[in-house]
Design a protein around this ligand. Structure first.
Ligand SMILES: Cc1cc2nc3c(=O)[nH]c(=O)nc-3n(C[C@H](O)[C@H](O)[C@H](O)COP(=O)(O)O)c2cc1C
Length: 226
């Protein structure tokens, strides 16, 4: 697949076949992901590839805590005010697209809740890759940038192998659960996780294509001839 087709065919996958992913394939994917550039070649990222019983324990722990109304327990920071203005509008837009695809009505609180809980279960994917940052760089936003680059590399590598993925902030909202069952060392900060597996072709939300703002809203071109 050429690069443009790879990028354009990728979309967040939220429904998976109940079929394992081999360790050999995950090794190939990590080999590609870690080719990401990083500041001064520091490579401050780590990938914890989790499947089987430990992943089930993470799903159970996340579900239990979220249903009990536990406070968010995340190691990376989000602005206190959440998303506002155009960011909030885009957040709503993708939620509407997904709910429409799934036939979930606005007032169907049970199905909406079920959808949210699927996120905490990492969409029942067979693999979760927890991406961490070396704690020495916890407050260094360049290290956060490096982890973002590596995470997109991971997603594109997995997509190139036929896997589906979704970067899944919900999966680390109870990071102490992930830390315990994922065996994450104390000298690393949990940044995100990526749910991964073979896409379920029947799961309609997997076909949703998220929109992007026009180029003129995000790019400026300086010094070109008109
Ligand atoms: C840092 C980050 C966290 C995300 N967390 C979630 C999540 O918790 N649940 C979810 O369904 N999608 C999550 N996503 C996926 C985004 O919703 C998705 O990338 C966006 O809507 C664009 O859709 P696309 O990936 O299909 O192009 C996350 C993406 C990123 C980059």
């Amino acid at each position: 697949m050429d690069f443009a087709s790879l990028v354009e065919s990728r979309r967040s996958t939220r429904g998976y076949e109940k079929k394992p992913v081999s360790k050999e394939l995950m090794v190939e994917i990590i080999d590609l992901a870690k080719r990401a550039p990083s500041s001064m070649n520091t490579q401050p990222w780590n990938f914890h590839v989790i499947t089987g019983p430990p992943l089930e324990l993470i799903r159970e722990g996340n579900t239990e805590r979220m249903l009990a109304g536990a406070a968010v327990d995340r190691e990376i920071k989000m602005a206190d005010h959440g998303y506002q203005d155009e960011h909030r509008q885009r957040q709503i837009e993708i939620a509407v697209q997904l709910f429409e695809a799934m036939g979930i009505e606005r007032d169907d609180t049970a199905r909406r809740q079920d959808w949210v809980m699927r996120g905490f279960r990492q969409f029942d994917a067979p693999v979760s890759v927890v991406v961490t940052l070396d704690r020495a760089l916890a407050d260094d936003t360049i290290g956060h940038f490096d982890c973002g680059a590596a995470t997109y590399g991971l997603v594109l590598a997995a997509t190139s192998k036929g896997l589906g993925c979704v970067i899944n902030g919900q999966g680390i909202m109870q990071s102490s659960v992930v830390r315990e069952h994922g065996n994450i060392p104390e000298d690393e900060v949990i940044m995100t996780c990526v749910a991964m597996g073979w896409p379920d072709a029947e799961f309609v939300a997997n076909d949703v294509v998220s929109r992007r703002v026009p180029n003129d809203d995000v790019a400026s071109y300086v010094g070109f001839e008109a």
